[in-house]
Design a protein around this ligand. Structure first.
Ligand SMILES: Cc1cc2nc3c(=O)[nH]c(=O)nc-3n(C[C@H](O)[C@H](O)[C@H](O)COP(=O)(O)OP(=O)(O)OC[C@H]3O[C@@H](n4cnc5c(N)ncnc54)[C@H](O)[C@@H]3O)c2cc1C
Length: 473
């Protein structure tokens, strides 16, 4: 917990816990990895966070920020040990300003709680990840999370106006502004979004919010076998004035698992599109639904949809698809890639071939309208077969002009693949930014940067011990 003459308990005012139950709670995220934290700190306020960072710098101890721990690639796992900075108690919605379409929140506010707080004001926060009933706004900022509604509204990045963040130097800064727009040079705020707690600890977030549409239907549309998913996505993406806010996909194995779990009243074991359409009136909604139906018919999709008047219920159900696979298949390779819409079919063919060759069943779902798919392979993560599958599918996405992470982040698991996508010049620049913001490399080491240790000052803990801390659960 630090040097005997510089105990953590004297450095911060917030609660410091070292009991086995609390350490156990914070060892993992939703990936297959686990680490060994030495303590969990719940800082009281921003000054306390700054004091914690100064202590960590003196003692060369890693600090790993944690919201709800739902990240999927080890983003919030203490892979090099150290202290967990638990922001889950920072869960106050500090201000809602309807007249300027913004809200100020603590980083530990759960996404769904923010939605509930905004509802009486006729507002909502558009990013709605499948984990929205548990994940936090700090975590959403950390991973630049998206959700079904990102089809129309974009990822978290678009919905943050400013952050207060304590950098790895121990200096608190406020980046961004409350205004609707600004042109003040390169955007430092955007450095923080998606930085996975590696540059600073976010202590407050000012988010943009949107007016809640009066009408919103969720639709489940059966897809015929052999349909071109790329054609469906491209056709729907080009629909003007349709109010279409989400275009999701569930393949047949995923929908069968969901149906068998009893959680979803799906009509049959088949593949489905999950759509959301927004409008100001029921009449406008009906006209928009007719336009979407005609567009779907043009690409060979004509089965009548199942309609949810409360679209949020549909996204709750969609969020269950990953949970059901967790229960039925256990830990597995869960990936997150995106390709340009016209290349979706080529990607799907490649994903199926990879699964067939490896003898690993494939479950495929995701945000089809954005070309973003989550292939899940039933294979032990960390095994040579799993790593081969991961490398092949990420390479396939890159070869098709896509990305190795459409929304989950890089974490520990995908570090080796970041350089393949960004190239050496971008990696060098990212490392320079990291050194500037976190000169001692104390913030979430072992994440994001392909070779973070090269940028790190000598640690008190031997590297062998660090490696031992990264192990499958
Ligand atoms: C069932 C399920 C469904 C999911 N669906 C989606 C989806 O649809 N879309 C999507 O994008 N993701 C999805 N995810 C992944 C995950 O929920 C998101 O990445 C989410 O943003 C993580 O939030 P969290 O509060 O759990 O963050 P954590 O896992 O606790 O942290 C995530 C990262 O942010 C950093 N961080 C957290 N708080 C702070 C802070 N205050 N300051 C600095 N850094 C911080 C952490 O260090 C870590 O690097 C899903 C996960 C699950 C388990």
């Amino acid at each position: 917990m630090g040097a005997d003459d510089d105990p953590l308990t004297s450095a911060v005012r917030g609660r410091v816990r070292t009991d086995p139950a609390e350490l156990e709670r914070c060892r993992r995220d939703a990936s297959h990895l686990a680490g060994d934290p030495t303590a969990v700190v719940a800082p009281r306020d921003t000054e306390d966070v700054a004091a914690l960072v100064r202590w960590a710098r003196r003692n060369r101890t890693p600090l790993v920020a944690r919201g709800a721990g739902t990240s999927l690639d080890g983003e919030s796992v203490p892979t090099e040990g150290g202290v967990i900075v638990d922001f889950s108690g920072w869960n106050s919605v500090l201000e809602i300003a309807p007249e300027e379409l913004s809200a100020v929140v603590g980083p530990g506010v759960v996404n769904w709680s923010l939605q509930e707080a905004l509802r009486p004001h006729g507002l909502f926060f558009p990013p709605n990840p499948g984990s929205w009933t548990t994940c936090t706004i700090g975590g959403n900022v950390g991973t630049n999370a998206s959700g079904p509604r990102s089809f129309r509204y974009g990822p978290t990045r678009v919905w943050v106006r400013s952050v207060e963040v304590v950098l790895g130097t121990g200096v608190p800064v406020r980046w961004g502004a409350r205004t609707a727009k600004r042109s003040t040079g390169p955007d430092l705020l955007q450095l923080v979004i998606g930085s996975e707690g590696t540059l600073g600890l976010v202590t407050e977030v000012t988010v943009r919010v949107a007016a809640r549409p009066a009408e919103r239907d969720g639709l489940i549309v059966p897809l015929p076998a052999g349909i071109s998913l790329g054609s469906v996505a491209s056709r729907l993406a080009r629909l003007a004035d349709s109010g279409l806010s989400a275009v999701e996909y569930l393949d047949r194995p995923s929908s069968s698992a969901l149906r068998a779990s009893g959680r979803a009243d799906l009509p049959a074991d088949e593949a489905f599109l999950l759509l959301e359409i927004e409008a100001a009136t029921r009449g406008e909604l009906a006209a928009r639904r007719a336009r979407v139906a005609a567009a779907l018919e043009a690409v060979g999709v004509s089965a009548p949809p199942i309609v949810f008047d409360d679209a949020d219920r549909l996204w709750m159900l969609r969020g269950e698809s990953g949970v059901v696979l967790d229960e039925r298949m256990g830990i597995r390779v869960r990936e997150d890639v995106a390709v340009p819409l016209p290349r979706i079919d080529a990607l799907v063919r490649r994903l199926e071939a990879i699964g067939r060759d490896a003898g690993a069943p494939l479950f495929l779902f995701g945000h089809l309208g954005e070309g973003s798919l989550h292939p899940n392979y039933v294979v032990e993560p960390g095994s040579p077969a799993a790593e081969r599958i991961r490398a092949e599918l990420l390479d396939a996405a890159l070869a098709l002009g896509g990305t190795v992470s459409s929304e989950h982040g890089i974490g520990h698991v995908k570090r080796p693949f970041l350089a393949r996508e960004l190239g050496p010049a971008a990696i060098a620049l990212l490392r320079a930014v990291k050194r500037q913001c976190d000169p001692d490399g104390i913030l979430n080491p072992g994440k994001l940067y392909p070779d973070a240790r090269a940028a790190r000052a000598p640690s008190r803990s031997p590297s062998a011990a660090r490696d031992a801390a990264v192990r499958p659960r």
